[in-house]
Ligand binder design. Structure first.
Ligand code: GLP
Length: 241
């Protein structure tokens, strides 16, 4: 695992965007695993700019998002479908049919989650997986647990995650209690993983992920066993290392 520390969140975003741009130059039909949350926004802003300037081309790219809430419509202002459209997809030359986000409204959520893993496998696997990290060390919506869950699955959100994410909703009661998330196996199968953490809120989770034994109470700790995982941190997130 490699750790790179930058002064600001914008610099972290630029560094992640440069790594993704290099990946697309090497392999224009790359499969990208994408994340939501505030952490990757500077990366997406930078990628949109590189796309406008003709440096990055999304025309052959396929994407799979990490997770989605259960039970809110795709048009809901907090849905991850909508987030991705607003923060990236509607601004770049990606083919609509190449975009995949877990379906949080499928009639059979478990079947739909299994089909999502199968679609990733059929696409050739994820080349680069972008990740944020929760304050409790979660990646995707893989919450602290006694185990690492392998495949895409339905998750009950922890109180800590509901508390962290309520800022996006009208009230805490409106935060969905469940989500669909790629599993740890799906994430670890990516050829490269880029984890972005910025701000002092993430310093404790980053320290635990890097310094504690690999254990499912801090799900991001598993990334230390990945052959090509890069932690991109700003000074505030790296403060406890
Ligand atoms: C959510 C998402 C995660 C994300 C985390 C951190 O819970 N499911 O994928 O990494 O929030 O979000 P933020 O970057 O806004 O702190």
């Amino acid at each position: 695992m490699e750790i790179r520390v930058f002064d600001t969140a914008e610099q972290v975003g630029q560094a992640a965007a440069v790594l993704l741009a290099a990946q697309l130059l090497r392999k224009p039909d790359s499969v990208l695993g994408l994340a939501t949350g505030s952490s990757p926004i500077p990366t997406y802003t930078c990628l949109i700019d590189l796309n406008r300037r003709g440096v990055v081309d999304f025309s052959q790219v396929t994407t799979f998002n990490l997770d989605e809430y259960v039970g809110i419509p795709e048009s809901h202002e907090c849905s991850y479908h909508r987030f991705m459209n607003e923060q990236l997809f509607s601004h770049v030359n990606i083919r609509r049919e190449a975009i995949h986000v877990p379906d949080g409204n499928a009639p059979n959520l478990e079947e739909s989650a299994a089909a999502y893993d199968e679609a990733i496998r059929k696409a050739g696997g994820i080349d680069v997986q972008l990740l944020g990290i929760g304050r409790n060390g979660h990646i995707g919506f893989n919450e602290p647990s006694t185990q690492f869950i392998y495949g895409c699955h339905v998750v009950s959100l922890s109180d800590s995650t509901i508390d962290a994410n309520k800022r996006f909703f009208a009230s805490e009661a409106d935060v969905p209690r469940q989500a669909v998330s790629l599993g740890i196996g799906s994430i670890m199968n990516a050829r490269q993983v880029l984890l972005i953490a910025t701000g002092s809120d993430k310093a404790d989770a980053v320290r635990r992920a890097i310094r504690e034994d690999v254990n499912p109470q801090i799900q991001a700790s598993i990334l230390r066993t990945h052959p090509d995982a890069v932690f991109l941190l700003d000074r505030a997130a790296a403060a406890q290392l």
